[in-house]
Every structure is written in structure tokens, then in C-alpha cells.
Design a binder for this molecule. Structure first.
Ligand code: ADP
Length: 263
């Protein structure tokens, strides 16, 4: 049947992946894509075989951040396979953008269509053996992240928050979501938790500190990293030159060394 065929494709294309990490957030704009991209880059810099998959239909930002905008994925029509783009020997990247006829397409797609596009995309991308697949999921706790979680067997969630979100109850919503669908939570990351001073390089703790750590502890979760706002990261992402900042900074973006070691 059709359902069996989808299952078989998923098994075939995702079956050789050791760790599948779904990067999630309660809402947009907290740095989910940034965390996904630099986590993938950091893991690849350590020598792991890594795949990065951008499934955020609302604003696929991975291609821009990695300087891959306009590069088209190779689609083998006959076997219905989407081949990811190699950014480095051990880092392959694919964005749902490569399936979108134009940039505003996601706006006109209705909910059920989005869900079926996500499912098909997840099943059709061809990954060989990977140590890590990092998935930039759609934000929130609606049908789209649900589809990702339910389609990828064995996935774990990495929840990205900001200090403001921790004060609001958005993170709790994300954690409830994971609990309800039995998605194991690998841990939490607090992004934009402070600011790196461009003059002296010291971190200014804008929002105080400890909020994310406390929330993680209260929920029995691992607190994986606290990432400061760093203007070099903004620039690198806007220009699509992520590798320069990593070279300057011992192979990982600022704050990411710790995260990469823990996942
Ligand atoms: P999301 O995927 O959650 O919508 P993005 O990763 O696209 O968020 O980040 C939103 C904006 O914030 C982008 O312009 C990005 O470059 C910037 N940004 C995210 N995290 C950081 C950080 N730690 N330091 C500096 N800029 C950041």
C-alpha cells in the first residue's frame, strides 16, 4: 500500500543515521536555525559525518546562512531521490527551499499540503551513513513540527530558548509537546543569553543568568549551552560565510564548543 511504501522509503533513507536531532523552538526568531547550522558545522569540524536538513517552511534560512542560496539540489526523478548538497566532505545540506517553486510558496500552501510536503521531503532525501542528522524544524508546537517528530523514527529534541522565553511559558509548551508525543528531549540551549562586547570581548549578562539552567533542572533536562549574542555571528550568517568565524574561534562558533561536545 501507499503507507508501506512511505515507510520503506523512510527506512531506506534514514536507516543509516546514528543520531537524529530535531532542533525545536516555541516560536520563531529565537535562533533555532542558527543553532542547527552551527551545531552541524561544529560536529563536522570534529570529523563526524553530518547531515543538516532545513524543514522550516516558514523561512528556510539555512541556505542563506551557509552561502548555498540558489544552489539547487540534484533530484533523481526516476528513483524519486533528492540528493543533498555537499558543503564539505563530511557535511551535507538540504533545504525544503529546494522544493519551493518561489520564495512565497509556503504562504499560499494550506496546512494539510504543508504536512504532506514535509513528509515527502523527509522520506525522499537520500542520506548515506551519517553520525548525526541535524533537523531545523518548523517553530512552535503545531502540525508541522508534529509531522517531523512522527515521521523520523528515533529522533531526539533539542529545545532552543531565549531568556525572555524562559520567563514566558513558551518553553513549557515545547516540553509538554515533547512529552505528549513521546519525543525524548536531548536537552535545552539558551540562546541570546548575553552579549559579547565587540571592544573587549567580555560577555555582558543582559538578562542575568541561570534562568535556563534552573528551568532545565526543574524539568529533569540537560542544559547543553548558553550562547551569547555575537555580532560576528550575525555578519557571518548574513554574508553566508560561516567557516571564517569558526576558524577564528578554534573550529566552532562562539559558545558552540561546549554544545558540540555534549550532544
Ligand atoms: P529562528 O530559526 O529561531 O527563526 P534564526 O536562527 O533565523 O532564528 O535567528 C534569528 C536572527 O537572529 C538571525 O538574524 C540570526 O543571525 C540572529 N541570531 C541568532 N542567534 C544569534 C546569536 N547567538 N548571536 C547573534 N545573532 C544571532
Amino acid at each position: 500500500s501507499e503507507i508501506n511504501e512511505v515507510e520503506q522509503r523512510l527506512q531506506h533513507n534514514l536507516g543509516h543515521i546514528k543520531n537524529k536531532i530535531m532542533v525545536m523552538s516555541g516560536k520563531g526568531g529565537v535562533g533555532k536555525s542558527t543553532v542547527a547550522a552551527y551545531l552541524a558545522l561544529g560536529l563536522a569540524a570534529l570529523g563526524h559525518e553530518v547531515g543538516l536538513m532545513d524543514v522550516d517552511l516558514h523561512g528556510p534560512s539555512v541556505p542563506r546562512m551557509l552561502g548555498l542560496k540558489g544552489q539547487h539540489a540534484l533530484v533523481q526523478e526516476e528513483e524519486r531521490l533528492i540528493m543533498p548538497v555537499s558543503l564539505k566532505k563530511n557535511l551535507k545540506v538540504i533545504s525544503v527551499e529546494s522544493l519551493m517553486p518561489d520564495q512565497d510558496a509556503s504562504v499560499i500552501w494550506r496546512g494539510p499540503l504543508k504536512v504532506s510536503v514535509i513528509k515527502q521531503f523527509l522520506g525522499d532525501v537520500h542520506w548515506d551513513h551519517l553520525d548525526y542528522l541535524i533537523i531545523d524544524s518548523p517553530p512552535g508546537t503545531g502540525d508541522e513540527p508534529l509531522t517531523v517528530a512522527q515521521t523520523i523514527p528515533g529522533a531526539q529534541a533539542l529545545v532552543v530558548t531565549t531568556p525572555q522565553e524562559i520567563a514566558l511559558a513558551d518553553v513549557r509548551k515545547s516540553l509538554d509537546f515533547c512529552r505528549q508525543i513521546n519525543l525524548p528531549v536531548l536537552g535545552m540551549v539558551e540562546n541570546m543569553s548575553g552579549v559579547i562586547c565587540p571592544h573587549c570581548g567580555e560577555e555582558i549578562a543582559l538578562y542575568g543568568s541561570g534562568g535556563g539552567e534552573n528551568l532545565a533542572a526543574a524539568n529533569g533536562l540537560r542544559f547543553l549551552a548558553k550562547l551569547p549574542v555575537d555580532s560576528r555571528l550575525v555578519l557571518a550568517s548574513d554574508l553566508g560565510h560561516p567557516l571564517d568565524i569558526m576558524k577564528e574561534n578554534k573550529g566552532a562558533a562562539p559558545g558552540f564548543q561546549e554544545l558540540v561536545k555534549k550532544v
